[in-house]
Design a protein around this ligand. Sequence first.
Ligand code: AMP
Length: 298
Amino acid sequence: MQTERLRIAIQKKGRLAKECQELLKRCGVKINFSGDRLVVHAENMPIDLLLVRDDDIPGLIMDGVVDLGVIGENELEEVRLERVALGEPNEYVKLRRLDFGGCRLSVAIDKDKTYNGPQDLAGKRIATTYPNILKAYLDKQDVRFSTCMLNGSVEVAPRAGLADAICDLVSTGATLEANGLKEAEVIFRSKAVLIQRMGEFADDKAALIDRLLTRIHGVIQAKESKYIMLHAPSETLEQVVELLPGAEDPTILPLAHDKQRVAVHLVSTENLFWETMEKLKALGASSILVLPIEKMME
Ligand code: AMP
C-alpha cells in the first residue's frame, strides 16, 4: 500500500535505535520520540517513522510495506538468506552504509582448544541466532555441521553442554572472554545500512529520498572531517602543508601585520594527531586550531 508520506522503519529499542534517531535529527528531520507509539510523524517533512523490532525491518522492506529502513547488515543478510530458502520476496536496494552499528559475526570455541581452520568445525554442533549466514559460509568451505538455534544466551551454550562452538555477534570480545571462549573465525562484518524497497516511487518521494541521502552523506562526512587553521612561516609552508592530512587545496591567507607568516585553512578528512601537531610546531607553525564541522555539502 503506497502512502504519500515517506515511511522509514527504524529499530525501536536496542543498539541501533539511539544513533538512528540522532542521524535523523542531524539531517533536520524534527521528530518527537517520547511516548510508546509504533508510528511517529515528522513535524517538518512528509516522513513517518515506524518504530519496530530490528528483525522485522528487512521483511518490511522486502515485502514493500515501508519505503526505507535502517538495519544491521547481519540481520538483513540472515533474513535475506532465510527468504531465499523459503522462496519469499528477498530483494532490496542498498542506499548507503552508515557509520555506526559496527560488529562482526564470529565462530568462537573453548579458549583452550586449538583451531586450524574451518575444517575443525566439521561434525560439530554450533549454537547460533544466525543459522543461515553460518550455513552459507561453511557450505562454501565444504564443512558439514549441525546447529543449535538460540535467540539469546548463545555464549553459554558450550558450557551448558548444548553445543561444541558458537557463532555470535562480537563487538569488544568481552562477552566471549567472560565465558571462556575465543574467537576462531570471523564470518561476516556488519554495519548499519540504509535500505530501500524495490519498485517505483512517485517523483516527490524520490526527490525526498535524494534530499535525505544528500543530508546523510553530509552528516557522515562532517563527522569524519575537521576544519584546521594555523599560522605558518612562508619559508616552511610547503613542508607544513605536506604534513596536513587531505590538504589537496588549502586556503593560504596573508596576515595583517606579519609579512613573514601566512594563515593556512583547510578541511581535513582525518583528525589531526598530537604527533602531527608537534611536528607542525617544530616547523614554526603556531595558533594551530582543529575544529569540528557541524554540516557539509559539496
Ligand atoms: P561484546 O562483549 O562487546 O563483544 O558484545 C557481545 C554481545 O553483544 C553478544 O551478546 C552479542 O550478541 C551482542 N552484540 C554485539 N554487537 C551487537 C550488535 N551490533 N547488535 C546486537 N547485538 C550485539
